[in-house]
Each structure stands twice: as structure tokens, then as C-alpha cells.
Design a protein around this ligand. Structure first.
Ligand SMILES: NC(=O)c1ccc[n+]([C@@H]2O[C@H](COP(=O)([O-])OP(=O)(O)OC[C@H]3O[C@@H](n4cnc5c(N)ncnc54)[C@H](OP(=O)(O)O)[C@@H]3O)[C@@H](O)[C@H]2O)c1
Length: 347
């Protein structure tokens, strides 16, 4: 491990984009020198990741670890082991923490054993806690966190008009109260509402991604003011629509035709015509995520990218009071304490 340049920790490493990112790491000489911590839900299977790794032709040290991100107790347990290993230099500090795991239920609503909406906990809360706990394990000079966003967080995105996801006025603003409890506990946009389940599920995914995007600006602000962590940075990125496994819980057309067949067929041409357009190849989005993680450009700090270009976040994501509310409630749900995190302004 002595020659290792640092660690890359990637969640959702067995998924479509996850495997694309791993492909880039193992085929790029400078990246292959990093130690890969590839995090999956169940390391005993992870067949897509394993077959991706079989194609490596450069030396690359890595490990595949299990983590159920929707359970906060698991996140804490996972980090305890990792802390100990980084402390004794069994693995190097984390240069890139890529929060890529994603869960889109498309209407099969569920609540975790800890009482959180599965989409909220998998996409956002588990990643938020993982980040807070790992801050002291990041490379203090160049550590970068990359958060995967999605156009689903933007209620005015033209793609939502097709299925009228946010058409009703009551969905046009996510946060209308002084707490996000109904979002976290799965009563907001629930399947008990009089609407199609797939629309309700897409909104639950959208609001979780909104929390991810808000975390970018809010955490960067707190890092900038922190004497020990001020060199760390966080970047958000929308990878565009890609033919991955994300919509495997959808209806027959989406699950069997649209995402696995039609999207991959159209993506090369559409990406060529408009590189940061709505539909993209996994290859292009993997490159964009790698760039977001490794390009040492101070202008990327705390920014949100649409593929390879910087994009303004929507007004609700930039709302300072709402960002603070999401942060405050995340502290409450995860029962974060001063001892848990290296961030001074954690509360
Ligand atoms: N594909 C798109 O069109 C698109 C568009 C915009 C944004 N994104 C974002 O891109 C990222 C990558 O997604 P993808 O498209 O590659 O989808 P994917 O193929 O479904 O991969 C997502 C991965 O996340 C893992 N995951 C989900 N919930 C988890 C949990 N609670 N604990 C641990 N692992 C969990 C999944 O594990 P299992 O396989 O075990 O469930 C899966 O391997 C996500 O953040 C997604 O929201 C994708």
C-alpha cells in the first residue's frame, strides 16, 4: 500500500454508473494507483462490479465492502472499522468520497427499520451521515466529496411534464413547513395520496435528491469556515439519464424496454449531439464524475455540475434558511454528536 496515492471510496459501486466509474479508475494509470474502497449493498454478490474489475490490466489495489446505506446504525458500524484502518495506515486517507448509490422506488413505498422513508434514507440521510463521520479521514489537502444529484430535484425540469409529476401546485415547492419530518417519515407524497404510485415515488426520489444538492452548498459553507477542514471541497453533479438499473422497480415498459434497451441505443447519438443534454452514455457521465472528483479547480468548490458544465441550483436549493432546516433535521435524525465528526460547525 506504500505507493498508493490515496483512497477512492465509491458507494453504489455495483450499479450502472458505479461500474462505469470503476472502469475509468482501472484503465487510467494515475487513477489505478489509488486504493479503491468499492461499497455495495452485499459484497458476497456484486457480480457486475466483480466482472468489471476482472478487465483491469493495470495494477490496482481494492476491496469490496458491504454497507446498507439506508440504516444509520450500519453506516456508523462501517465507519468505525474504516476509521481504525485509516488511523493505523492500513489504507490511505480518502482523496475522493463519491456518493453515488441511488434508489428510485417508482411507487413501491417502504420505510426502513429505523422509521425513515427508504428513498430519503438511501439517497440522502445515509450519505449525509457517512460524510459527517468520514470528514476526519479525508485527505486534508485535497479531499473531495462528490454528490450525485438528478434533474428530478428540479420541479420545473421539462422531462417531468411528460408524466405530470409536479403539475399540481402543491408539489411545486418541496419544503413548506419548518421541519422535513413528513418527508423523512414517508408521509409526504405517499402512496395513500390520490395519485399514481410512480408519480408519488418519483417525487420521493426528487426530494431526496434535493436534500443531496442542498448538502453541497451547506457543507461547503461550513468547511470553508473550519480551520482544520477548509481545504476539503464538495461538488454536486447531475449525470443525466442513463440506461442503468435505477428504474428496475418501474412498470414493464420502463423496466424492460425504456431504460435497458431504448436509452442505451439512443444515448451515443444524443450525447454526441448534445453532450450535457438529458440523455447520456454511462461512459460520458463516468468521465464527468471522475473529473468532478479529481480536477483541482478551486472554482468547483461547492458547485453543482450538469455533466461537465457548472449549473446554478434551483432557488429552493439555494435557500439558506431551508438548507439550514434540512441540516438541523439531519443532525436530529442521525443523533449526531460533537464526538462523531471533525466539523466544528456541525450542529
Ligand atoms: N440512471 C439515471 O438515469 C440517473 C439519472 C440521474 C441521476 N442518477 C444517479 O446516478 C447514481 C447512480 O445510479 P445508477 O443510475 O447507476 O443506478 P443503479 O444502476 O441502480 O445503481 C445504484 C446503486 O446504488 C445501490 N444502492 C441503492 N440503495 C442502496 C442502499 N440503501 N444501500 C447500499 N447501496 C444502495 C444499488 O444497490 P443494489 O443494486 O443492491 O440495489 C445500486 O448498485 C444515483 O445516485 C442516481 O440517483 C441516475
Amino acid at each position: 500500500m506504500a505507493t498508493c496515492r490515496g483512497t477512492i471510496l465509491l458507494t453504489g459501486a455495483n450499479g450502472g454508473l458505479g461500474c462505469g466509474i470503476v472502469s475509468k479508475i482501472i484503465t487510467t494509470p494515475e487513477l489505478a494507483q489509488y486504493h479503491g474502497v468499492y461499497v455495495v449493498r452485499d459484497a458476497s454478490s456484486a457480480s457486475s462490479l466483480r466482472s468489471t474489475l476482472e478487465n483491469r490490466n493495470l495494477p490496482h489495489s481494492y476491496e469490496i465492502l458491504s454497507l446498507e446505506l439506508s440504516l444509520l446504525a450500519n453506516v456508523r458500524e462501517f465507519v468505525r472499522t474504516l476509521h481504525a484502518r485509516i488511523a493505523i495506515r492500513d489504507i490511505p486517507p480518502i482523496r475522493a468520497l463519491i456518493l453515488n448509490a441511488g434508489y428510485h422506488d417508482l411507487g413501491q413505498q417502504s420505510v426502513t427499520n429505523e422509521g425513515f422513508d427508504t428513498s430519503f434514507a438511501s439517497n440522502y440521510l445515509g450519505h449525509w451521515l457517512l460524510t459527517m463521520l468520514l470528514l476526519k479521514d479525508l485527505d486534508s489537502e485535497n479531499g473531495r466529496i462528490v454528490v450525485l444529484g438528478s434533474s428530478s430535484y428540479d420541479v420545473n425540469h421539462p422531462s417531468h411534464k411528460i408524466d405530470a409529476i409536479y403539475e399540481d401546485e402543491k408539489w411545486k415547492t418541496f419544503f413548506r413547513n419548518d421541519t422535513i419530518d413528513t418527508i423523512a417519515n414517508s408521509t409526504w407524497s405517499s402512496n395513500n395520496d390520490e395519485d399514481l404510485h410512480r408519480r408519488a415515488g418519483t417525487r420521493r426520489y426528487g426530494v431526496a435528491k434535493m436534500c443531496n444538492v442542498m448538502m453541497v452548498g451547506e457543507l461547503q459553507r461550513r468547511l470553508d469556515a473550519d480551520p482544520a477542514l477548509k481545504n476539503l471541497s464538495i461538488v454536486g453533479i447531475d449525470p443525466g439519464a442513463m440506461g442503468t438499473g435505477l428504474l428496475r422497480r418501474g412498470n414493464w415498459f420502463t423496466r424492460v424496454l425504456l431504460w435497458p434497451v431504448i436509452l442505451p441505443l439512443l444515448a451515443p447519438l444524443l450525447t454526441w449531439l448534445e453532450p450535457n443534454g438529458h440523455v447520456r452514455t454511462i461512459n460520458k457521465s463516468s468521465k464527468d464524475v471522475i473529473r468532478a472528483a479529481f480536477e483541482i479547480n478551486p472554482e468547483l468548490r461547492g458547485k453543482y455540475l450538469n455533466g461537465s458544465e457548472v449549473q446554478e441550483v434551483v432557488p429552493e436549493a439555494a435557500d439558506v434558511k431551508k438548507r439550514a432546516m434540512v441540516w438541523r433535521d439531519s443532525v436530529k435524525y442521525s443523533q449526531l454528536t460533537k464526538q462523531d465528526t471533525a466539523l466544528i460547525d456541525w450542529a
